[in-house]
Design a protein around this ligand. Structure first.
Ligand code: PMP
Length: 385
């Protein structure tokens, strides 16, 4: 406010004497931050790179958010997302104490690292270990690095299955005492689903906290939510982003034991769940049939696209999510990424070895799937054009 007046009297700072870089913790200096999928603003772009839902939120959700956009924006939202937790508890047949809401499920994953894992400085071994399979959600190693935790990364089988328990026991690579284990189920980026019984066998023997990250579970045949209400060390993460078309509002939740959730509740920001997001999520839960119809459409587009890409020479993995992982023919996957991009179709390619030969393609509308198939035919060298 008073900069104009102060500018005259304050002596010039000797900028050169302070190295701003030296002010940053070494851990943060070295950090490779999470790289989100691109959100380019290109007119007419078909965006199949970040697993967003191609269908808009229900008209009732849009109306509820619009109706709340008035002078009340000056007020803080409910600090515990109370009504949302109550409604989610009803849906999941548990108590509000079994639910914690977050600014997207990403925030909850970060809170879990801070509450359950000792930074590796001064502590060794399992207490400071964050464990996950590879490939899985690429945020986990970043969360570990931010926190200064050790990571224990264990490869999934070639077909992206979880190695059977006896194999995990025998190999000694898996840490049954890890403070925190993240399991993406269904898996991303492969799309593979895991039966609840298989997950239960692992959760039962795991001594630390297990987070079952079910971001994509609404597109799957089965879920493992019951494990969060059965085992005190299991949390299930859910999000409104993917299945409920609400990425923009950033709403996620954990379901699990009240004691674990109370610990996270203590360390979260007071108003971590924004008010319009709470309103949008509440209205979403009042209109679930709208969303269930969308799940059916997306699953049917997924099946058709998988079939047709297979016919064009792609090797498409079975998917329980709103994306597919497909190994393209003729050119390296990265070349396909570029060739599709030149035709205004954006998909995702990851450079890490287990998936570098694949493209991850979000399931869009039927019209978007048709556009993708047309582009694939046009790009394929053997295609009749
Ligand atoms: N888990 C997985 C496996 C994801 O792919 C994502 C989205 N990138 C998230 C969690 C986070 O979703 P959100 O923060 O939007 O709830």
């Amino acid at each position: 406010m008073h900069t104009a007046n102060r500018r005259k009297s304050v002596p010039k700072l000797k900028m050169a004497s302070v190295s701003p870089k030296a002010l940053i913790r070494p851990i943060v200096q070295k950090l490779h931050g999470y790289v989100p999928g691109e959100q380019p603003r290109i007119k007419g772009l078909i965006k199949l790179n970040t697993n967003e839902n191609p269908y808009p939120p229900s008209p009732k959700v849009l109306a509820a958010i619009k109706a709340a956009t008035d002078g009340r924006l000056r007020l803080y939202p409910n600090p515990t997302a109370q009504r949302l937790r109550e409604k989610l508890a009803k849906l999941h047949q548990c108590k509000p104490e079994n639910i914690l809401c977050g600014n997207g499920s990403d925030e909850l994953l970060a809170l879990a690292t801070r509450a359950f894992v000792e930074p590796a400085i001064g502590t060794r071994g399992s207490a400071s270990t964050i464990q996950f399979f590879s490939p899985s959600y690429s945020l986990y190693p970043v969360l570990a690095a931010i926190h200064g935790a050790r990571t224990n990364i264990v490869a999934l089988d070639k077909d992206f299955g979880i190695p059977p328990l006896p194999v995990l026991h025998k190999s000694k690579a898996w840490d049954f005492h890890a403070a925190l284990t993240f399991i993406t189920t269904p898996n991303a980026p492969s799309g593979r689903g895991y039966p609840a019984a298989e997950l239960e066998a692992l959760c039962r023997v795991q001594k630390g906290v297990v987070v079952l990250d079910e971001a994509y579970v609404d597109f799957a045949d089965a879920d493992a939510l019951k494990l969060a209400l059965k085992y005190p060390n299991v949390l299930v993460a859910r999000t409104f982003s993917k299945a409920y078309s609400l990425c923009f509002q950033r709403i996620g939740c954990f379901v699990g034991h009240p004691v674990l959730l109370a610990a996270l509740d203590k360390i979260r920001d007071s108003y971590n769940v924004n008010g319009l997001g709470q309103i949008g999520a509440l209205a979403t839960l009042d209109d679930l049939n709208y969303y269930r119809a969308n799940f059916r459409k997306i699953i049917s587009t997924r099946q058709r696209l998988s079939r047709e890409l297979t016919a064009l020479g792609f090797s498409v993995l079975p998917s329980q999510t709103n994306f597919i992982l497909a190994r393209p023919p003729h050119f390296p996957a990265k070349t396909w990424l570029e060739k599709l991009r030149a035709r205004k179709i954006l998909v995702r390619w990851f450079k890490y070895p287990s998936v570098r030969n694949y493209l991850r393609i979000t399931i869009g509308t039927d019209a978007e799937a048709n556009a993708l198939l047309r582009a694939v035919k046009a790009i394929s060298p053997s295609a009749k054009k």
